[in-house]
Ligand binder design. Structure first.
Ligand code: GLU
Length: 501
């Protein structure tokens, strides 16, 4: 058997370090067994998927030095490798599974489903919806069918009993069928869900080992059942421990930058980031901390993955990065630095902003240096403003951060539209509102356009600096955050209305 592994990211948002982590272990496993590793784009969520995000996945994985043997951009004979191009394939398997009686059309309305769930919850016990809950009289089904009512396709699952499946790292796992609902396989718009598309693709692409994040563990019983219904062998499953924030919670961008692009912009060497990701849950036989990708692959043994939640700690990563940087020769270091920060396509857009402001070339670095630095050196005093109080400022920064997180196409016009709209909802003059952003991003209010600066430093670095400013100003308590979150809901609706107008 040829070992074939895959990583299957959804192109929604920024390329996540978790994707690189999973890709790395899949690639290591495939290479160790002389097998193949492929990249599949899971873009069935058409509303959230974007081409830009897909491109940044390719770019950032390549930047890290990861390569795939098959994928949407490199081809292969088991394609297409983009799920949005495989709709007919899924439709065929939906027909098959309906014909074999392992799935059914469900005409339940949203209101009925809510009621069913509420009833189950009231009754205590498991709340998963089963066929016995969902089934409708034949007459009702016929009526809804002839009225062309919307329906979904759901799979049958056992009403009770225990499901056992195997995981490479955990051995046999048991789950009560009571917890598992009749999973939707096809949505009312005709698009498959993750579960159907993922199983069909893994089978047709001849994936032998599914190495993915622990968050998918609870999907395994449904997947196992789907393989059985289709009469296919199931790949070996291996669920990797989730990356965590230093406080042990699941790594999330609210607490820690999660985008690979942030680490690139922050001046981490790809070799160091990859090395650090390899250390997440895995160690070299001699426990050494610094090693190359080749050294990892030579010594790779998936059984050495430990299940304790690996902590993604920026300080440790920085230490490791320092080791990598110090190992470079002076020439290599210089080349790295130039490649990282002094390429003409990143320097050129800055010129038009600084040229009108300088008297001598020596003014350039003081004016534009912040574009190449990490967090600006600011204190609470740097944010002192004549009319905006500290509390209001923190609030405006946090709401602005949420607005920045909602941007899908990072461009000045979009940043401007959202921040200006937010200022309006807060009844603050744009100039006063932007003051805090100037200080957060450039370290001073005497800089050139903060909107252009944000566009240039990119979404991750911009958000990280705003987050840093909030911390410098004392942060927001848990209670305060809850309150703000509530207030923000109305504000955000208002902004969306303004933006549409
Ligand atoms: N599209 C899923 C994700 O975004 C893939 C999960 C899997 O590997 O099965 O993580």
């Amino acid at each position: 058997m040829t070992v074939r592994t895959r990583v299957a990211p959804s192109p929604t948002g920024d390329p996540h370090v978790g994707t690189a982590y999973i890709a790395l272990f899949n690639l290591a496993f495939a290479r160790q067994h002389g097998g193949e590793f492929l990249l599949r784009i899971e873009d069935t969520d058409q509303a959230r998927s974007t081409k830009e995000s897909e491109q940044t996945i390719y770019d950032s994985l390549r930047w890290l030095g990861l390569e795939w043997d098959e994928g949407p951009d490199v081809g292969g004979d088991k394609g297409p490798y983009r799920q949005s191009e495989r709709r007919e394939i899924y439709a065929e398997y939906i027909e098959k599974i309906l014909a074999s009686g392992h799935a059914f059309k469900c005409y339940r309305t949203a209101a009925e489903l809510d009621e069913l769930r509420a009833k189950k919850q009231e009754a205590g016990g498991f709340s998963a919806l089963k066929y016995s809950d969902l089934k409708l009289d034949d007459k009702v089904v016929a009526e809804r069918e002839s009225a062309n009512a919307p329906f979904v396709v759901r799979m049958h699952v056992p009403e009770e009993g225990v499901c056992t499946f195997s995981d490479m790292l955990r051995g046999d796992i048991e789950m009560d069928w009571g917890m598992i609902d009749c999973q939707i396989l096809m949505k009312s718009d005709g698009m498959p869900t993750y579960h159907l598309a993922n199983v069909v693709d893994d089978h047709l692409m001849e994936i032998s080992h599914v190495i993915r994040g622990e968050e998918w563990l609870s999907s395994a019983p449904k997947h196992q059942l789907l393989y059985k219904y289709f009469g296919w062998d199931m790949p070996v499953l291996c669920h990797m421990p989730l990356l965590r924030n230093p406080d042990k919670s699941k790594l999330s961008k609210r607490k820690n930058p999660t985008s690979i692009l942030y680490y690139q912009r922050m001046g981490f060497m790809p070799e160091a980031l990859l090395n650090y990701l390899a250390r997440m849950g895995w160690s070299m036989p001699d426990e050494r901390e610094q090693f190359t990708r080749a050294e990892m692959f030579e010594n790779f043994d998936i059984r050495r993955v430990s299940l304790g939640g690996p902590i993604f700690d920026q300080d440790k990563l920085s230490w490791l990065n320092s080791q990598w940087l110090r190992d470079l020769s002076e020439d290599e270091f210089m080349a790295k630095f130039v490649e990282w920060g002094l390429q003409s396509d990143s320097v050129k857009p800055v010129i038009k902003h600084i040229q009108p402001r300088v008297e001598r070339l020596t003014d350039v670095v003081p004016l534009a240096g912040f574009l190449l630095s990490g967090m600006p050196d600011v204190t609470e005093e740097s944010f002192a403003h004549k009319s905006v109080e500290k509390d209001a400022m923190v609030k405006q920064l946090q709401m602005g951060l949420w607005q920045l997180e909602a941007i899908r196409h990072w461009e000045k016009s979009e940043i401007q539209a959202r921040l200006f709209a937010l200022a309006k909802t807060q009844g603050v003059k744009v100039k006063d509102f932007l003051f805090a952003y100037f200080v957060a991003v450039a370290g001073t209010a005497n800089s050139f356009s903060v909107l252009d600066s944000m566009e240039m430093i990119g979404p991750d670095m911009s958000r990280a600096r705003v987050r840093h400013a909030i911390e410098v100003l004392g942060g927001i308590s848990k209670k305060g955050m809850k309150k703000l979150d509530k207030e923000y809901r109305t504000v955000s609706e208002e902004i969306e209305t303004q933006l549409r107008a």
